[in-house]
Design a protein around this ligand. Structure first.
Ligand code: GDP
Ligand code: ZN
Length: 320
C-alpha cells in the first residue's frame, strides 16, 4: 500500500484536512487512533505531520509522526486530560494592546510560561502603538525584554512594524494568541489582504463532534508559512506541570533565586526569599511575580489525571 506524509491543516469531527504535495485532501483517522483512551484528549491536532494511505476512499490517516513540540493545555474544567491545540510550532506570537482591550500581564505570562514549558519560542507583539505614549509602553517593553523575550511594536493602523511582523511570519508555523480586539486580524490583513482567520466564528457546525479542537485551522500565507489563530481561549491552564516546574518557566527569576535561603524556595511564603526581595527593590517586575504566585496556587491544587481511575468512557463534555 502506498502512503505519503502530509501536514494536518484542519481537524473536523470525523475527518482531517491534510496537505499532501500542495493539495489538501480529506483523510479519515484510522479507528485505532481514537479507540485507545489516553491522557490526551485528541490524538490528532492541526500542525501534525501524518502518514496517509493514498489508496482507498476515504483516504485514511494511519499514523501521527513524532512531534517536534506542541502547545497543550488542560482540556476544560470538566475534562482534566491534555488537549493538544497545535503541533510542530515554530513560534507563538502574543498579540497585546494597551488600550481596548488593555494589556493583561497575567494572560501574557500564562501563555509565556506554557510556551517555555513546551519549548516554543515567543515574541510579544505590542500592537496599536499609535495609541500609546512612551510612558505607557516603556514598562511593558522592559519587563519582557528582561526575560528576555523579543518585543515587536506594531500599528496595523499606520503601518509601523508591519514589515517586521511579516518577516517573522515567513516560512514558519506561527500561533497567534491574544484577546479579541487586540488586532490579530488587522495585522494579518496588513500582511496579506483578504486572509480570514476567523474560522472559529463560522465553524460552530464543526464543533458538534466530540473530537474537534478550538484551533480550527492552519492558514497558508502567500509569502510562505502558516498561521493559526487561537479563538475562544480565555484562560490557559497548563497541563502536567507541578509547583516546582513553574520556577523553570520564569527565567527572569533565575539570577535571584540562587540567593534564596532555601534551595527549593517556591518564592511564595518562605523567609529570606531573594526573588520577593528583588521585587521589593524594583529589580523584578511586580506583575511577573503576581502572575507567578497566581499560577503557583493553581498548580498546588491540581492532581495528576489517572485514566485507569476514570470509569466513564462515554461522551466528552463540549469544549469550553
Ligand atoms: P482581533 O479581534 O484581534 O482580530 O482584532 P481586530 O483586528 O478585529 O481589531 C480590533 C479593532 O482594533 C478594530 O476596530 C481595528 O480597526 C482596531 N485596530 C487594530 N489594530 C490597530 C492599531 O494598530 N491601531 C489602532 N488605533 N487600532 C487598531
Ligand atoms: Zn525564593
Amino acid at each position: 500500500m502506498t502512503s505519503k506524509v502530509g501536514r494536518v491543516v484542519r481537524v473536523d469531527a470525523k475527518v482531517c484536512h491534510v496537505e499532501v504535495d500542495g493539495d489538501v485532501i480529506l483523510a479519515a483517522p484510522a479507528g485505532l487512533l481514537f479507540e485507545t483512551r489516553t491522557e490526551r484528549k485528541n490524538p490528532v491536532a492541526v500542525g501534525d505531520l501524518v502518514e496517509v494511505s493514498t489508496e482507498g476512499d476515504p483516504v485514511r490517516l494511519e499514523r501521527v509522526l513524532e512531534r517536534k513540540n506542541y502547545l497543550g493545555r488542560t482540556a476544560s474544567s470538566h475534562d482534566p486530560r491534555e488537549q493538544v491545540l497545535v503541533a510542530n510550532v515554530d513560534q507563538l506570537l502574543i498579540i497585546g494592546s494597551l488600550k481596548s482591550p488593555g494589556f493583561s500581564s497575567n494572560r501574557t505570562d500564562r501563555i509565556l510560561a506554557a510556551c517555555i514549558w513546551h519549548n516554543i519560542p515567543v515574541t510579544l507583539v505590542l500592537n496599536k502603538i499609535d495609541l500609546f505614549s512612551e510612558e505607557d509602553v516603556a514598562p511593558i517593553r522592559k519587563t519582557y525584554k528582561d526575560i528576555p523575550i523579543p518585543v515587536l511594536e506594531t500599528s496595523a493602523k499606520d503601518g509601523r512594524g508591519v514589515e517586521q511582523f511579516a518577516a517573522i511570519l515567513k516560512d514558519r508555523v506561527s500561533v497567534l494568541y491574544g484577546p479579541s480586539g487586540a488586532g490579530k486580524s488587522s495585522l494579518l490583513n496588513a500582511v496579506q489582504p483578504g486572509l480570514n482567520i476567523r474560522e472559529g466564528k463560522i465553524s460552530k457546525y464543526w464543533k458538534q463532534g466530540k473530537h474537534t479542537t478550538s484551533f480550527s485551522a492552519l492558514h497558508a500565507l502567500d509569502q510562505g508559512g502558516w498561521v493559526v489563530d487561537t479563538p475562544g481561549i480565555r484562560v490557559f491552564r497548563l497541563h502536567g506541570a507541578c509547583r516546582e516546574d513553574l520556577r523553570d518557566m520564569y527565567p527572569d527569576f533565575a539570577p535571584f533565586q540562587k540567593d534564596c535561603h532555601f534551595p527549593n524556595c517556591s518564592h511564595d511564603h518562605e523567609p529570606d526569599c531573594a526573588v520577593a526581595e528583588a521585587v521589593e527593590n524594583g529589580k523584578l517586575s511586580p506583575t511577573r511575580y503576581a502572575s507567578y504566585v497566581e499560577v503557583l496556587d493553581e498548580l498546588d491544587a491540581r492532581h495528576a489525571y489517572d485514566p485507569d481511575q476514570d470509569a466513564d468512557l462515554g461522551e466528552m463534555p463540549p469544549d469550553e
